[in-house]
Design a protein around this ligand. Structure first.
Ligand SMILES: Nc1nc2c(ncn2[C@@H]2O[C@H](COP(=O)(O)OP(=O)(O)OP(=O)(O)O)[C@@H](O)[C@H]2O)c(=O)[nH]1
Length: 222
């Protein structure tokens, strides 16, 4: 075992799938998390983008998050089930200024339920209201968001991919919830230490480099 492995402990991998209507900011969230960047210009995701980022959770737990950014136009398409299959976490993303994007999450969630109906373990689902920098234009009431969470046992998140507000925290909390780790505030702050960030993209121009998705994920895109 190398010194760095001793220091950081063994690696865990989690597959997170980001779902929701087009333009809600799924790619922006993933790139904000993986690269700490934000692009104002909209470029539609055709099918799927794929990002990897390694974080360290309290207890020196090394966790590699595979973030599957699914294009908003894939709903109703035959590939969607395959993208969702095997996910430990699902992020249902809507735009707080776009009520229809919230209403449509029911359809996205129905696909998640269908894919997992015969599965022994269910993915953890997080409801993510994005674009909180546009609070003055909010049309989806916070009450409505909270009710949807309570009714379905979702974790609740409000973020801005543009400013970065709560984005890292959101992914970190989801990873901790999946792994059954309870985090206090001090631990959350301390564990913002990110050791590695790789971005992988096989449906658009690569941002840094292009590689195949990890073998553990390939079963989902056969
Ligand atoms: N103000 C604001 N704009 C955002 C935010 N997140 C994303 N956007 C903008 O919203 C537009 C759509 O963002 P994308 O991340 O491409 O949306 P998407 O959900 O991946 O869209 P599809 O690829 O069609 O599924 C872009 O112009 C972004 O710059 C945010 O937090 N605040």
């Amino acid at each position: 075992m190398s010194d760095s492995e001793e220091e950081e402990g063994p690696d865990r991998q989690l597959k997170l799938v980001v779902l929701g209507d087009g333009t809600t900011g799924k790619t922006s969230l993933a790139t904000r998390f993986a690269q700490e960047t934000f692009g104002k210009q909209y470029k539609q995701t055709m099918g799927l983008d794929f990002f990897l980022k390694r974080i360290i959770l309290p207890g020196n737990l090394n966790v590699t998050l595979q973030v599957w950014d699914v294009g908003g136009q894939t709903i109703g398409g035959k590939m969607l089930d395959k993208y969702i299959y095997g996910a430990q976490g699902i992020l249902l993303v809507y735009d707080i200024t776009n009520g229809q994007s919230f209403e449509n999450l029911e359809d996205w969630y129905n696909v998640v339920k269908k894919v997992n109906e015969d599965s022994e373990t269910q993915p953890l689902v997080a409801l993510v209201g994005n674009k909180v920098d546009l609070e003055h234009m909010r049309t989806v009431k916070v009450d409505k968001h909270q009710r949807f969470c309570q009714e379905n046992n979702f974790s609740s998140h409000f973020v801005s991919a543009k400013t970065g507000d709560s984005v890292f925290l959101c992914f970190q909390r989801i990873a901790a919830d999946i792994l059954g780790i309870k985090l206090n505030k001090a631990e959350l702050e301390q564990s913002q230490r990110v050791v590695k960030a790789d971005i992988v993209n096989y449906s658009q121009e690569p941002v840094t480099r292009t590689v195949n998705p990890p073998r553990s994920s390939m079963c989902a895109v056969q």
